[in-house]
Design a protein around this ligand. Structure first.
Ligand code: BDR
Ligand code: CA
Length: 312
């Protein structure tokens, strides 16, 4: 399967990259950059540098839209700084990526549309940040709405993480998220219902450290920071939430989750909820993950990352 990841890189986004690169059944054709944990610029730099560390510097990383629909700028939340660190990778000094020609801000949109046309059925797009770029790509190129999309975002059966009802990625741009749920023809939502059941602890990161490679140490340092943030924020959870890598895993193996077929909308508070106007529509376009084989997923994540980091 071919993948495009749309990331606000971010520590769990960094794990999404590692999961994709560590999966023999996946080909990462490109990363597009959105905002949320960090700005688009910081996220793109982080993605590029992590690809270099993971031995895949040739994969294109293209910036997308840097602010919500209808707004002129993105304002980073203090909580994002706390959870992901100033530089988005837990304050770990990962260095700067090789310089590139300055990219056009909207290059990501044309890239997504081209890949949808070129690859068709075998392509899955995995957005794990604000949905502005994906929604704009659908709006400008309606064929993008036919692509398989497996997104990290939302909360249907559990509370939100930025308000009582809203999850962070959806709340960054509720209008864009609403557009994706209304227009996307094949959308799987991997939200807090399942991602907060999948956790990593320092027992896992110490297995990476034992490998003694640069990639293993970098990821262990980043994720230990993230585990520390979770220990302060959600002390009862017992680890850090594996939001974004779970979305990649579900794209590659949908049997990891059980889903509820529905038609979703996003209301003003950033809540993901069933669209009452489409309640009796026999066609459902969104599959909401409500159950997950957490141990199987964490095992897959560890197997893939240990194999990948061992050689880097
Ligand atoms: C989501 O928000 C971002 O901070 C994380 O990277 C993840 O995609 C969790 O709500
Ligand atoms: Ca993310």
């Amino acid at each position: 399967m071919k993948l495009i990841l749309d990331l606000d890189t971010g520590i769990d986004d960094a794990l999404a990259i590692a999961y994709a690169l560590g999966s023999p059944d996946a080909e990462l054709v490109g990363i597009t950059g959105t905002y949320g944990n960090v700005t688009v610029e910081q996220g793109v730099a982080n993605s590029r540098r992590l690809l270099e560390i993971l031995g895949a510097p040739g994969i294109p990383v293209l910036p997308g839209i840097g602010h919500p629909w209808g707004k002129r700028e993105f304002v980073r939340k203090d909580a994002s700084r706390f959870i992901h660190g100033d530089n988005g990778v837990g304050g770990v000094d990962i260095g700067a990526p090789e310089p590139q020609f300055p990219a056009d801000r909207e290059e990501a949109i044309a890239f997504i549309a081209d890949q949808v046309r070129l690859i068709g059925e075998d392509l899955t797009i995995v957005p794990t940040g604000a949905l502005t770029t994906i929604a704009e790509a659908m709006k400008r190129h309606p064929e993008v709405a036919r692509a398989h999309i497996v997104l990290m975002g939302g909360a249907l059966t559990v509370p939100g993480n930025v308000s009582a009802v809203a999850e962070a990625n959806i709340s960054q741009d509720p209008d864009a998220a609403d557009y994706v749920f209304r227009h996307g023809e094949n959308v799987t939502m991997v939200g807090l219902d399942v991602t907060l059941q999948t956790l990593l602890t320092t027992a896992h990161t110490s297995l990476w450290r034992e490998l003694g490679t640069v990639a293993a140490a970098t990821y262990a340092d980043m994720v230990d920071y993230y585990i520390g943030a979770y220990a302060t924020m959600s002390p009862d959870l017992g680890g850090c939430g594996l939001h974004d890598p779970l979305a990649v895993a579900v794209a590659l193996d949908p049997t990891l989750v059980t889903t509820l077929d529905t038609n979703l909308k996003v209301d003003l508070g950033g809540r993901t909820i069933g669209d009452e106007a489409r309640l009796s529509d026999p066609v459902k376009n969104t599959y909401v993950a409500v159950g997950v084989e957490a141990n199987r997923f964490v095992g897959e994540l560890m197997a893939r990352t240990l194999r990948l980091f061992d050689t880097k």
